[in-house]
Design a protein around this ligand. Structure first.
Ligand SMILES: *Cc1c(COP(=O)(O)O)cnc(C)c1O
Length: 347
């Protein structure tokens, strides 16, 4: 898969019954979040708070970080865009593993940066190779943990060794979009790591575990002056008032939301085990999706899923990223996987 591989537009025809192709949360907003959003709709003629006061205070309290370290954006993609826009000048290099999040090459090119990609090893970040790829023109290194699309994580000690090798003038972004789904105790927590590392930015989002992908709100946590540098490129009023409201209401309902996350994690492990029982290769997942590195069989698996009304994300020639949905949706995907496994064995 080349870094220029872009998402394909939705296919025409019958809409899929189950959308397991975008790593979305399958559960709609909680009643309390919905009520807050309905109330916010009545104030839509007013501009949002451009300083994000309420949500910043809520996040700072939740994460035990100073408010000045929190930078809001329209999704973590918005925050990444601000960061790269601030830090990258013509021809500067942005290094990241590949395959990884598809937005990285796009955002790098948008900001006139040069992408330097480092192949994964066993579907996992090769942090030694990533550190070796840092040169005099490297401005930013992006580390996606867990990695999208392969779902794997790096260990805490390995990440700390890597961070120790990165020169102080290079900014490291730890993209923790799936952090809430991580159950491996050896996995690093970016917020713990950033505290004594002024060149580390942690990026998180309300899109996945909190189920607010449609509202567009995410954030970065970094020391000053890096936080101020990211903020300086932010679009004025770029985060909507509804997004602020949804995020604050979600933090207030966090216990209830994390019960859903727990259910998704159980379903992830059930789905991964069942796929392995079919003889399919599935690396250990710490996210809300699983990765099937099927190579040439990728399209056949996707076709079996489409026929069963399940939309999955296919990376042609590479593999399938299957988002964990409701138990019913995952079971439908497993039924499709069973018929796929049968045809592959027969062939
Ligand atoms: C989904 C995802 C995001 C979140 O994007 P938003 O803009 O916050 O919706 C960020 N990083 C990775 C790796 C993702 O998979």
């Amino acid at each position: 898969m080349s870094p220029s591989t872009r998402a394909t537009p939705p296919t025409k025809g019958n809409p899929p019954v189950y959308q397991l192709n975008a790593n979305e949360n399958p559960y709609p907003p909680l009643p309390s979040v919905r009520a807050a959003l309905e109330e916010a709709a009545g104030r839509a003629h007013r501009y949002p708070d451009r300083f994000h006061t309420e949500v910043t205070a809520a996040l700072a309290a939740r994460l035990d970080v100073p408010e000045s370290h929190v930078v809001m954006g329209a999704g973590s993609c918005g925050v990444l865009q601000h960061l790269l826009h601030s830090l990258v000048r013509d021809g500067d290099e942005v290094a990241f593993a590949w395959p990884s999040f598809e937005a990285y090459p796009h955002l790098t090119a948008m900001n006139r940066g040069v992408a330097v990609t480092v192949p994964l090893q066993d579907e996992t970040h090769d942090l030694d190779a990533l550190a070796d790829a840092i040169g005099p023109r490297t401005k930013v290194v992006l580390v996606c943990n867990p990695n999208n699309p392969t779902s794997t994580v790096v260990g805490r000690a390995a990440l700390e060794r890597f961070l120790d090798r990165v020169p102080a003038e290079v900014t490291v972004v730890l993209d923790e979009a799936y952090r809430e789904f991580v159950t491996d105790l050896d996995s690093p927590d970016g917020i713990a790591l950033y505290r004594d590392r002024p060149n580390l930015v942690v990026v998180r989002t309300f899109s996945k575990a909190y189920g607010l992908a449609g509202l567009r709100i995410g954030y970065a946590v970094a020391h000053e002056p890096l936080a101020a540098v990211i903020r300086s490129s932010a679009t004025p009023f770029g985060v909507t008032a509804a997004a602020h409201t949804g995020a604050v209401a979600s933090l207030a309902a966090e216990d209830e939301l994390l019960e859903r996350v727990e259910l998704l994690v159980k379903e992830r492990d059930r789905t991964a085990t069942a796929l392995r029982d079919l003889g399919l290769p599935v690396p250990h997942s710490e996210a809300n999706f699983v990765w099937l590195p099927l190579g040439e069989d990728t399209e056949a698996f996707a076709a079996a899923c489409t026929a069963a009304g399940v939309a999955v994300r296919a990376f042609p020639g590479e593999g399938i990223r299957l988002t964990i949905g409701t138990p019913e949706a995952n079971t439908a995907a497993l039924t499709a996987a069973t018929s796929f496994a049968r045809t592959v064995t027969v062939r």
